[in-house]
Design a binder for this molecule. Structure first.
Ligand code: M6R
Length: 604
């Protein structure tokens, strides 16, 4: 994910910008750049790949005395990771860095091109700097031009802009993407998109609110609201602990990652949803030529998301699909035929068992695709094609946002294939695309819901086991819910298809057996409900998750009413994740680094 830093002061701005960007490295990026304005002259450097490349490029560049500077780590969305697409973006005399998405960039760009502006990059960001310079020509001051520019942008942004004519000013604006400014007694000003670059540099920071914009000079910090009213900065003390700052105020990385799902899913969808079709720029459509079957292979959470895909692919794209646990597939001498597309799914791209199945498929001459979160990982390098899930760095060992983005990719892929196979009407595809657009808001965690689960969790700290049960795609979600719980609470939990309970596990039913029942309103509700009633009749303790009240439940976690079962899927996903988190927290376990587990399992 992109990162922003900015500095105004007398110290070595190059070093400050580079070390600030280093602190943001954990967010993931594919290129970086800085621009420093000193004595009316701007020096700008960009490099693709890791920060060492930028450090190498700037090694002979020295900044002394007063200067202002902006820096950025870019995680490609509009346009490939190239130097031209890296920030800062350049106008005739101004430089800009930006996080987020300018939704109306195409419109603005069209007009700017008609005005004679030449664009160097494929990014949405570049319109900001050109729009600013266009406005500069008709404004009384650079600040007026900046104010006008911001009012013309639609979308989410955190942006910093410097311009040669104002060599002691950095302009800033924030709407939807995080940014803060720090000050100190030396009249320095520091900007960043999260706390960590500022730790140790300044003790007092102001977190901008959506709609805030303004400027800083050595002696001033001027903030305006979206209604153009000047306001005072609200300073808070900055933590001195980097680790806790990286958690953005959350207790655990896992919690932060659960809350991040809304924004990362928005990233996953970015540039892939069109009015009536799904497009993956990274896929050559010929990948699917001659393919009659899809085989998915993965481990753990990635296996669960892949299991979800089997339902979606067969239902929507009418293509035969199966899934296997990679460690099993490896040694069972599977039959691999060339009309099968072999798809591996992995957060890390390094899981040994999954990687090995990819090698097997390649050796057997199958076409291969990887759905992965880590660019340049072993699987990404090896597969014929790759779709990146764009979840950003996931630190919690218990995977959450990686799962959410994988399922999102699979839902998109199902519609992409449905269009290709003509298996869904265009009306239905449009409907589904509109549902996908709702996912980022569906997964926003509501305080009330979190509080309710937190309170409820105290009743689930013992017992002789948990059964998470669901049907159809809610069965993989039940598996995932159970995996989350066992990983971090160390309580025994199983995921089961609701309809299978009566074939054995129901023998365990008693008040100390906890059933977590996933009861979607829009998919097999009556069937799933009868299965839960069977358990309730045998005195199992039932916790139902549904948008419909269920009187046989001991506990009930309501989800918002949705119009489709896949939206209910994402609503319930949040519930099971938070349920595990709160039980683990109450038990005093290490939520982010549970015992015996590693984030990336590179041994078989
Ligand atoms: O990186 P991968 O997706 O290939 O990892 C697969 C599993 O090791 C992983 O999903 C594991 O199950 C997680 N700890 C689940 O929370």
């Amino acid at each position: 994910m992109c990162g922003i830093v900015g500095y105004l002061g007398d110290k070595n701005s190059k070093e400050i910008l580079l070390s600030g960007l280093k602190e943001l490295e954990y967010r993931g990026y594919d290129s970086a750049g800085i621009a420093v304005l000193q004595n009316g002259k701007v020096d700008s450097f960009k490099a693709i790949g890791k920060l060492v490349n930028l450090e190498e490029k700037t090694k002979d560049y020295i900044t002394e005395d007063f200067s202002i500077g902006i820096g950025h780590t870019r995680w490609a969305t509009h346009g490939k990771p190239t130097e031209l697409n890296a920030h800062p973006h350049i106008g005739d005399e101004s430089y800009v860095v930006h996080n987020g998405i300018i939704e109306n960039y195409a419109e603005l760009k069209k007009q700017l091109i008609a005005d004679g502006v030449t664009f160097l990059s494929q990014t949405d960001t570049e319109v900001i700097v050109h729009q600013f310079e266009k406005n500069l020509k008709i404004s009384d001051s650079a600040f007026e031009a900046f104010r006008k520019t911001i009012s013309e942008l639609k979308g989410a942004y955190a942006t910093l802009l410097v311009t040669k004519g104002e060599s002691k000013t950095i302009f800033f604006a924030k709407n939807g993407s995080p940014m803060l400014v720090g000050v100190n007694d030396d009249n320095e000003k520091y900007f960043a998109s999260s706390d960590t670059p500022l730790i140790g540099q300044c003790s007092d920071v102001n977190y901008f609110e959506d709609g805030d914009y303004g400027y800083v000079t050595p002696t001033e910090l001027a903030i305006f609201t979206k209604d153009d009213v000047k306001k005072e900065a609200i300073f808070t003390k900055l933590s001195t602990n980097k680790l806790s700052a990286q958690k953005d105020g959350f207790r655990f990385f896992m919690e932060k990652e659960i809350y991040e799902q809304s924004s990362v899913i928005a990233d996953t969808l970015l540039g892939r949803l069109y009015d009536d079709e799904i497009l993956f720029d990274e896929l050559d459509d010929s990948l699917f030529d001659g393919i009659n079957e899809i085989k998915l292979c993965a481990c753990g959470t990635s296996y669960h998301s892949a299991l979800t895909a089997t339902y979606l692919f067969e239902r929507y794209a009418k293509i035969k699909t199966s899934v296997e646990v990679a460690s099993e597939f490896r040694y069972r001498q599977p039959i691999m035929s060339k009309d099968t597309l072999f798809v591996v799914i992995s957060q890390s791209g390094e899981t040994a068992d999954t990687l090995e199945t990819l090698k097997m498929a390649k050796a057997a001459g199958l076409k291969t695709l990887v759905i992965c979160n880590v660019d340049n990982s072993s699987m990404v390098r090896l597969a014929d094609a790759c779709i990146l899930t764009r979840a950003g760095v996931e630190k919690g060992v218990a995977s959450t946002k990686a799962f959410a983005t994988q399922v999102t990719v699979f839902w998109m892929m199902a519609l992409y294939l449905a269009k290709r196979n003509n298996s869904l009407s265009s009306q239905e595809i449009v409907k589904q695309i509109n549902l996908l657009r709702e996912v980022p808001s569906i997964v926003k965690v509501e305080d009330e819901m979190h509080e309710r689960i937190k309170r409820l969790s105290k009743r689930y700290l013992h017992g002789h086991g948990f059964f998470f049960i669901g049907r159809d795609v809610f069965y993989p979600l039940a598996l995932e819910g159970a995996l989350k719980l066992k990983e971090i609470s160390y309580l025994h939990a199983e995921g089961y298809p609701s309809g299978e309970m009566k074939h054995g596990p129901i023998a365990l039913a008693d008040p100390e057996l906890f059933t977590i029942a996933l009861l979607p309103q829009h998919l097999l509700y009556e069937k799933a409900k009868s299965n839960v009633e069977e358990l309730s009749a045998r005195d199992s303790t039932i916790c139902a998750i549904s948008s419909l009240a269920f009187d046989k439940a001991d506990d009930f976690i309501p989800i918002n009413e949705c119009t489709d079962y896949m939206l209910e899927f994402f609503e319930m996903m949040i519930v099971v994740q938070i349920f595990s988190l709160e039980i683990s927290a109450r038990l005093g376990n290490d939520v982010d680094m549970p015992r015996n587990l590693a984030k990336s399992v590179t041994v078989e």
